[in-house]
Design a protein around this ligand. Structure first.
Ligand SMILES: *Cc1c(COP(=O)(O)O)cnc(C)c1O
Length: 368
């Protein structure tokens, strides 16, 4: 079941609309078991593994809504700027709908898996001489005058789809967690989670860019608690820490290599209303956390996703997240998106060995 079907009563989808879905959502919420920092403080630490969506990232939640809306409004083509995952999702859902898809990607630093997805789904891929923020400016200009639907997260239907991840977490845990940790790039997702948590708690929020707090969903509260929203950035691309846009964002976590977040006001509203905070991490910390999750917990996520867990662990250790808290971290995308980075930082090299049992045994038992 896709998320529109699962949460239709809380989504702006017209009766009789043609639904464009690939069965997105309902991703696993996995409790981490082997991280000493969390265990020592009795913190219940969960990851929402969004890499298991159909195209391997949370962008599918937004895209099922944005493409459904576009198709039912008669649009024949969609357009986005992307660091990779938005283009992969847009290309797949556009293919499913039978409409055209155009994507602008930055000059370099797009993970190979994401590019492969956009290409195999038949999107027209334009690599611009500029970064994501330049691409964003271009697609907004073009969509303002041409008959083509913009499907970046400035499209309010994107956040409406993405808010369902918060519903799933409450539905799974029976209550909101105390803290929710997210990587922050364009800042749509942290805003979307806050919309979802607020809606389930029957509260209005300045993070909602669709309904101005007037929507009927607010009358159907299922909980009275909302988490504090913690947003984490890469140090080289941390406008929320600087308090202003960053002109030349740089980080190994290419999905959050963004200097001018489009949901700036919404994300500040989420942080302020929830009593949360922002923090930043070096590329070294980010990669170390990606490797930690992979080899201690068996969970493979993208570098950008690992920032959420890096943040949770640091703040648990520092006591900013108190002992006995419940914490959910969103793992935004699958590690297979970017195999080059994983290979480069793998601890164990590949050992070449002759194809006979004695040689294989010699290597396996050499350390014993
Ligand atoms: C898009 C993306 C992000 C950032 O989400 P925003 O809504 O832009 O803040 C983080 N991680 C991954 C893997 C992404 O694809």
């Amino acid at each position: 079941m896709g998320l529109i079907e699962r949460y239709r009563a809380r989504l702006p989808v017209a009766d009789g609309a043609r639904i464009i879905t690939l069965g997105e959502g309902s991703t696993p919420l996995i409790q981490l078991q082997n991280l000493a920092v969390a265990n020592a403080r009795n913190v219940s630490l969960y990851v929402k593994y969004e890499g298991l969506n159909p195209t391997g990232s949370f962008k599918d939640r937004g895209m099922t809504m944005a493409i459904t809306r576009a198709v039912n409004a008669g649009s024949q083509a969609v357009l986005c700027a992307s660091t990779g995952n938005t283009s992969a999702a847009a290309a797949a859902y556009a293919a499913r709908a039978g409409i055209a898809c155009y994507v602008l990607i930055p000059d370099g630093k797009v993970a190979m898996g994401k590019l492969a997805q956009a290409m195999i789904h038949g999107a027209v891929v334009l690599q611009i001489q500029g970064n994501f923020d330049d691409g964003m400016k271009l697609v907004k200009q073009i969509a303002a005058t041409e008959p083509i639907t913009l499907v970046n997260s400035v499209n309010p239907y994107r956040l409406q789809g993405q808010k369902t991840a918060a519903f799933e977490i409450i539905d799974a845990l029976g209550a909101a967690p105390d803290f929710h940790c997210l990587p922050v790039g364009n800042a749509g997702n942290i805003s979307a989670y806050w919309i979802g948590y607020s809606e389930y708690a029957g509260q209005t929020t300045g993070a909602c860019n669709l309904c101005d707090g007037q929507c009927a969903y607010l009358r159907q509260a299922v909980t009275d608690k909302r988490p504090r929203m913690l947003g984490y950035q890469a140090a080289g691309a941390a406008p929320f820490l600087r308090g202003e846009p960053v002109a030349e964002p740089e980080t190994v976590a290419s999905a959050i290599r963004i200097g001018q977040p489009q949901s700036w006001e919404l994300a500040w509203a989420a942080s302020r209303e929830s009593g949360g905070w922002f923090d930043e991490f070096s590329d070294t910390d980010i990669l170390a956390t990606q490797a930690l999750l992979a080899n201690r917990e068996g969970i493979f996520c993208e570098p950008a996703s690992a920032v959420s867990v890096a943040g949770a662990l640091r703040d648990i250790e520092a006591g900013k997240i108190p002992a006995h808290s419940s914490v959910v971290c969103t793992l935004t995308g699958h590690g297979l998106k970017d195999p080059d980075i994983a290979m480069r930082q793998s601890a164990a090299p590949v050992t070449k060995v002759a194809a006979n049992p004695d040689e294989v045994k010699r290597v396996i038992f050499a350390e014993c």
